[in-house]
Design a binder for this molecule. Structure first.
Ligand SMILES: [Zn+2]
Length: 175
């Protein structure tokens, strides 16, 4: 999933959890923070690009095989967060990072380490190797556009996220 899809999914998940589980009105600030948390697991991609000099325009950045892309890591972080933030904030953090990992397992060529630390094997659902034949950078994203199982959820998440953000901003201005 691209960063746009992760941001869209984070906004949708936050909207649903805040409104229907916590029964409180979501604010634009909360949605903005949710977007950042939804991107948090990909910090290991930035570290990989710097430390291993992997260039996304020339090769696949292999960041799904590191601990910041494992469920147990975020379960531990969520439990630690409960010590310093309200429980609802910790629950939202745990849910958003879990959604990120789910999306990184969807129609991908590698998936994430769902069983770490028991195993470093990566699991994906409906695998699609869009890097096949050495396709990276812009050519990779052009291939993404032609792959319905990838691009349809991506577009739906981005459009729904934009709609919910617009709605939250509109209500904030009215209130
Ligand atoms: Zn990721």
């Amino acid at each position: 999933m691209t960063p746009g899809g992760h941001v869209g999914a984070s906004i949708v998940a936050t909207y649903v959890i805040t409104n229907y589980v916590f029964k409180t009105e979501v604010t634009p600030v909360v949605l903005g923070l949710a977007a950042l948390v939804g991107l948090l697991p990909d910090v290991d991609g930035i570290v990989t690009m710097i430390a291993k000099r992997e260039r996304p325009m020339q090769q696949k950045v292999q960041h799904h095989r590191y601990v910041p892309h494992s469920p147990l890591f975020y379960l531990a972080l969520t439990l630690l967060l409960t010590l310093v933030v309200p429980p609802q904030t910790a629950v939202l953090f745990g849910a958003l990072t879990f959604v990120h990992l789910l999306l990184d397992s969807w129609a991908t060529d590698d998936g994430i380490m769902w069983l770490w630390p028991l195993s470093r094997r990566q699991f994906g659902l409906f695998p699609r190797n869009l890097h096949a034949g050495g396709v990276f950078g812009l050519d990779f994203y052009l291939r993404v556009l032609r792959c319905a199982p990838v691009i349809v959820p991506e577009i739906l998440l981005v459009l729904t996220g934009l709609t919910l953000t617009f709605r939250a901003v509109s209500f904030a201005q009215l209130g």
